[in-house]
Design a protein around this ligand. Sequence first.
Ligand SMILES: *Cc1c(COP(=O)(O)O)cnc(C)c1O
Length: 401
Amino acid sequence: MATSPERTKRPLTEPSRRLEAVPAYMFAELERRVAEKRKAGIDVISLGIGDPDRPTYPEIVAAMQTAVADPANHRYPSNRGREEFRNSCAGFYAERFGVDIDPETEVMPALGAKECIYHLCSAFLDPGDVALASDPGYPVYTGGPALAGAAATLMPLRAELGFAPDLDGIPVDDLERARLMFLNYPNNPTGAIAPEGLFERAVELAREHEILVVHDNAYSETTYEGYVAPSFLATPGAKEVGVEVFSLSKGFNMTGWRCAAVLGNPDAIASYWRLKTNVDSGMFEALQMAGVAALAGPRGPIEEMNVIYARRRDLLVDALREIGVDVEPPKGTIYVWAPVPDGHTSVSFAELVLEEAAVVVSPGSMYGPSGEGFFRISLTTHDERIAEAVTRLREHLAPGA
Ligand SMILES: *Cc1c(COP(=O)(O)O)cnc(C)c1O
């Protein structure tokens, strides 16, 4: 009896080993404290999450309203995407980035950058393979490889290199095992912009070691002081070795819509397509038409958002400097990334800010070991709440307060 095969099976509710390999979420204690404070009636201001507070631009909403009323859009879409959507992505890339995209073979829709990054891991990684992941970085760069049964090797982003990875310091063994490399500029969480020469060096390494570069372009439209972020695909040779995931979530206030595209190397896109035909049935065609309206729409609303974010950024940077936090205003993204004061860890400082000011900031260590010693503040909270948070920081955390 004891040797029946059933006895050797794992309990029915136990998740797969791949799921168990996903790094555990380690900030339960902080969340518990936030919940406790709110329950006690304390008005906690969260500057933790990066999720635009302003509505999607009206012309995009109007395009969706029209498209959703058309029964032609109610049936299964194809994973390949509508011609209009692919054409408008290609048009946007030509005009905005000077990048030539073949709408037939070099672009397809993705149900958000998160989905796309995860599925690129499934499409390209086997057990034993490695993905090179920015550290600190967007959590899917490590979770995606783990769920594909592969491994992530961290590339620390070095402050002294402008929060770039030291590509020339990656051990050859890791380069030999690596099949993917994740880069992301303007960068979450550090707010850094792509340092000169980084993309060029990535293309060289990718060629030399057969690595597909995945550039996560979530923030190219959210920049300040006249800085215009490039596409990775504008780098000579990039299309031979890489793809770019372009998300409409942040720049167009569309996080809830799940609208993105993957562009670049046609063979890589064909593999993603092949995988996706086994996973989902494409992007709602009405949403694709909303995406067209976004990409072909006026830039005014984007510029207005950037003015709003820059104002919030400056308020926060001033307040942080007053409480002794030395911070440079970022040129892009919706985040301020700052070093914690001496004597603190990322978590102890986040806890202090919560206790003293009832403000939530994200511990930098949430985004990887190299985030230790930093914290992240998001700019996606209403102006009045940001102003209130700033007042509280000054009142409760300034030296001598
Ligand atoms: C917000 C964010 C995403 C998520 O984009 P979606 O298109 O909403 O899935 C991806 N990458 C980075 C770096 C982000 O900050």
